[in-house]
Design a protein around this ligand. Structure first.
Ligand SMILES: *Cc1c(COP(=O)(O)O)cnc(C)c1O
Length: 230
């Protein structure tokens, strides 16, 4: 598997899509999703220019990250965060947690961060596809969730994340992404102490071009770089 070739092809498609709609391609970051990818292959990918890596399971990240020989610029956690995994996740120093969808987990996270005297950047995961996804807060409850999060002084909410509907119907996928974009812009107008709408994390291997067209600035891409997972 030639990761560099895949990565370069994705970068070219990002550039092409951005240019066709007048966006600056340097605004769009690629998070390489390394779940199920071996330490050796992550090292190879890092050597060929990948700099942001994302994992969705705390245990897997905990096992692999210390074994990497190559340096990464950022590690993002993108999976569902169970509160009993917080103590194992934080030593891995995630630069961004994409997947906050519960106030009780956020409260526990804040408490642990307070003990560690650390501040953590997070995104809220919003369920824009309805019944398809079991995780994520609804678009309707996002504003109130944000307001209630303002008491957590060790948390900085930096934006929103969603997973598009798993379908080949482009219009349906686009609607998910547009919902998130509109929410992102609505929230921008609200004055919140611990929040700043900076990152819009949406788009995966099969739908990242649609996500770019709808305003994404972090794409989470696994399969298109590393090949099909088992
Ligand atoms: C696995 C995963 C991705 C990447 O999916 P691909 O289709 O392989 O690009 C992105 N986001 C999340 C939350 C994931 O779990």
């Amino acid at each position: 598997m030639n990761f560099k070739k895949n990565y370069d092809a994705i970068k070219n498609r990002i550039k092409y899509t951005c240019e066709s709609i007048g966006r600056d391609p340097t605004e769009v970051q690629i998070l390489a999703v390394t779940k199920t990818v071996s330490v050796e292959n992550i090292d190879l990918a890092l050597k060929s220019g990948i700099s942001l890596i994302g994992e969705n399971k705390v245990q897997e990240a905990e096992a692999k990250l210390p074994l990497l020989q190559e340096k990464y610029r950022e590690f993002h956690f993108i999976g569902h965060l169970q509160s009993n995994k917080i103590n194992k996740l934080l030593p891995l120093k995630p630069d961004l947690i994409h997947s906050i969808d519960s106030l009780s987990t956020l409260k526990k996270l804040n408490h642990r961060l307070q003990e560690l005297s650390r501040i953590q950047d997070v995104l809220l995961q919003v369920n824009t596809s309805g019944e398809y996804s079991k995780f994520g807060i609804t678009p309707e409850e996002t504003e109130s969730f944000l307001k209630q999060s303002q008491e957590f002084e060790h948390i900085r909410i930096k934006g929103l994340m969603t997973i598009g509907m798993f379908t080949t119907d482009v219009a349906v996928i686009r609607k998910c992404f547009r919902t998130l974009y509109e929410l992102f812009h609505e929230i921008k107008t609200i004055d919140l102490a611990n929040s700043e709408m900076k990152y819009l994390s949406m788009g995966m291997s099969n739908d990242y071009e649609i996500a770019i067209e709808e305003g994404a600035n972090i794409l989470r891409i696994g399969t298109a770089i590393f090949g099909t997972r088992n």
